[in-house]
Design a protein around this ligand. Structure first.
Ligand SMILES: Cc1cc2nc3c(=O)[nH]c(=O)nc-3n(C[C@H](O)[C@H](O)[C@H](O)COP(=O)(O)O)c2cc1C
Ligand code: SF4
Length: 655
């Protein structure tokens, strides 16, 4: 793209309350799992500083509990007493130095309690004793005095954030959390002044907003985050959300509305909290447009806006005033500066895989990004340190591990050549992107190849590296990233059954007509994806899973989409079975808990999704090579793109 003001709307300032944002790009509140003891840490500050330095106009810091009963995870940030102020202050000062505004999020989950603090389940409180489907929590109806304590907590929390130097805060009424529970007549069954007619259901929010204003004044920016459609069978509807926005805007106490979709309360609704690649880019923008019609204050929107072109469209068309590009910034903190300086094609676009961002959050680990493992590790890997002595580095294998290693080593000044055996780089990603609904996964390779090329590393394709090649080239360092191949377990095979690997099916191998069993050991994306492909090709498919459920090891929102797709496709699932053997038309399974035989008859083909084994011949062949040899990624131990890219970064950072 040529230089020049490519995104005029995106890079125009926006006034929000008394604060002027320098552009329309926002990092919306997202829990990083970097708080400790409920407080801001240096790691969290470094994380946000990287984004502020990259040119984002506004950082909304993750949710902070406003009352003891708001601890919905064991790592939630808290704003319940003055101990939070010094950390927030250091964060605000750091971010402000880059000309970036900073708001906080005032939060109470109500019944949406994800985790215990100590192993025992806390008493969840909510407007009414209506259980949440997703976490199976039955809350207690909160008495009015507790309700008023929480209202006061919103006010006091805002005052603390203001004292710490933050520019504003937003009340998290999105995603089915406490304020949304009050708004929703199917969840709020109260018969007092806080339930019943709309006016009453709005009372909790109105009092919370008033408490913030009473404590922090009119100058402190105050926003409302709301799901304009909770996308749940009993969730807040668009009309209900619009009515609430209209009424609160008319009160005149809010400075902006931040629009999302989804709810924590149901599996289907939660998918929209961090929508995976199966949702179209910018799909929530029409919801923001509806909210914009209902309110006078600026409207922000989040939802798979991963490129400046989309954000520009949303703003230029008047559908939103600012765009949260949250994972886009997790994946590429420099997105704003690249877009602004005519380098949009250098943006490492988020692919919506959900693996290391929300995936880490759900697993209780600090967030990162599979494409950019520097995220969350800013203090160790945030800056490329030039190599003291540039060396000749040979990288063998052009999958994600090798590509990342080549890019980072070359960026640090080493002379790097990458050898790839196939005619194009990409490794297993070239197959993974063929799974239904996962075409965007291939973007990881597009991004990495761009990084390699810009760093000046050389790529040689159609060249299978051997010890002889290494000896001929005499590199000072060899990084072996030769990946994996499909694992074929020992099976009892009789007769001549058709047995194919998932890779062969993805590569277009002919599968005989009839019923197919897909035997899925990894419980990842491959088994369900191949099953769905085969259904589309006209087969009846049984997915035999060596685990509790298909997609067991996949991030929950992604798994939910897989399970929904398989249900729609009519894939039959047999859980907790290991593959034992096959004959001409029968597949023999064994129950993993009882060892009982489970037999599937009339099978035309067996497809193996049994994980991978390392391709490590070169590692062994170089055992006594006198140069430095490293092995990374699947050739060490087959895992995922996340580990491959991380190991590429780590090894190349240390050369
Ligand atoms: C790891 C992670 C944690 C999140 N935690 C929060 C949170 O604390 N508060 C909130 O309002 N939204 C949270 N979100 C949702 C984001 O603010 C945002 O709405 C969502 O990621 C969709 O925007 P995107 O497609 O630009 O990433 C979280 C998202 C991620 C990825
Ligand atoms: S891990 Fe995946 S979804 Fe998350 S920020 Fe990175 S590319 Fe985007």
């Amino acid at each position: 793209m040529s230089s020049g003001p490519s995104f005029p709307s995106l890079f125009s300032p926006l006034r929000v309350g008394g604060v002027t944002l320098k552009n329309r790009i926002v990092s919306s509140g997202h829990d990083t799992v970097m708080a400790e003891d409920g407080l801001v840490t240096d790691r969290l500050i470094a994380y946000h500083e990287a984004r502020a330095a990259g040119g984002v106009a506004l950082i909304v810091v993750q949710v902070a509990g406003v009352h003891e009963s708001a601890r919905y995870t064991s790592h939630v940030l808290m704003a319940t007493d003055g101990s939070c102020i010094p950390g927030y202050r250091r964060l605000a000062d750091t971010v402000h130095r880059h000309g970036c505004a900073v708001f906080g999020q005032l939060f109470h989950p109500g019944r949406e309690i994800m985790e215990s603090q100590d192993g025992s389940a806390p008493v969840a409180i909510a407007p009414s004793a209506v259980p949440t489907e997703r976490f199976h929590v039955m809350p207690r109806e909160m008495p009015v005095d507790l309700l008023q304590e929480i209202v006061a907590g919103f006010g006091a929390g805002a005052r603390r954030l203001q004292e710490a130097g933050l520019d504003g805060a937003e009340i998290v009424a999105s995603h089915g959390y406490l304020p949304a529970q009050f708004l929703n007549p199917r969840v709020n069954r109260r018969e007092d002044a806080y339930g019943g007619i709309e006016e009453n259901r709005l009372r909790f929010l109105r009092e919370s907003i008033a408490a913030v204003r009473a404590e922090a004044g009119r100058e402190f920016v105050l926003g409302l985050r709301i799901s304009a459609d909770e996308r749940s069978h009993d969730g807040l509807t668009l009309d209900e959300a619009l009515a609430a926005c209209r009424a609160l805007d008319a009160d005149g106490a809010l400075d902006y509305v931040s629009v999302v979709a989804g709810s924590s309360a149901t599996l289907a609704g939660s998918v929209h909290i961090v929508p995976p690649m199966s949702e179209p880019n910018a799909y929530t923008v029409p919801l923001a447009a509806r909210v914009k019609e209902a309110v006078r204050v600026p409207v922000m929107v989040a939802g798979r806006i991963n490129q400046p072109q989309e954000a520009e469209r949303a703003i230029a068309s008047g559908q939103a005033d600012a765009c949260a590009m949250t994972r886009a910034l997790i994946c590429d903190p420099l997105l704003p500066v690249k877009a602004k300086t005519g380098r949009a094609e250098e943006i490492r676009a988020c692919i919506g895989c959900n693996q290391a961002c929300i995936g880490h959050f759900h697993a209780g680990y600090p967030i990162s990004c599979i494409q950019h493992p520097e995220t969350g590790r800013e203090r160790r890997y945030g800056t490329r340190v030039q190599a003291t002595r540039p060396r000749d580095v040979m990288v063998v294998g052009g999958g994600p591990a090798g590509l990342k290693a080549a890019a980072v080593a070359a960026e640090r000044g080493h002379r790097v050549t990458l050898y790839e055996a196939e005619h194009r780089v990409g490794g297993q990603v070239l197959l993974a992107e063929r799974l239904p609904g996962r075409a965007e996964f291939g973007g990881a390779i597009t991004n990495l190849v761009g990084e390699v090329e810009r760093a000046g590393a050389r790529i040689v394709t159609n060249s299978r590296a051997s010890r002889a090649l290494v000896e001929a080239e005499q590199p000072e360092v060899v990084i072996v990233a030769t990946g994996g191949r499909p694992r074929r377990p020992d099976l009892e095979l009789k007769g001549d059954p058709v047995v194919l690997d998932a890779w062969q099916v993805l590569s277009g191998a002919r599968v005989p007509r009839g019923d197919v069993v897909v035997a899925d050991w990894r419980c990842d994306w491959i088994g369900p994806g191949v099953a769905e492909l085969l259904v589309r090709a006209g087969h009846r498919v049984t997915l035999a899973v060596d685990g509790y459920m298909p997609g067991q090891h996949v991030q929950q929102y992604v798994r939910d989409v897989l399970l929904a797709d398989m249900h729609r496709a009519g894939v039959k699932v047999i859980p907790t079975v290991r593959l034992f053997g096959a004959d001409d038309d029968t597949v023999y399974l064994q129950h993993t808990l009882t060892s009982d035989a489970v037999i599937v008859d009339d099978v035309a083909a067996l497809v193996l999704a049994q994980g991978h084994e390392p391709v490590d011949d070169l590692v062994h062949a170089l055992t006594d090579f006198e140069g430095e040899v490293h092995a990374i990624g699947d050739c060490l131990s087959p895992r995922t793109v996340e580990e491959a890219v991380l190991e590429g970064l780590v090894v190349a950072s240390e050369l």
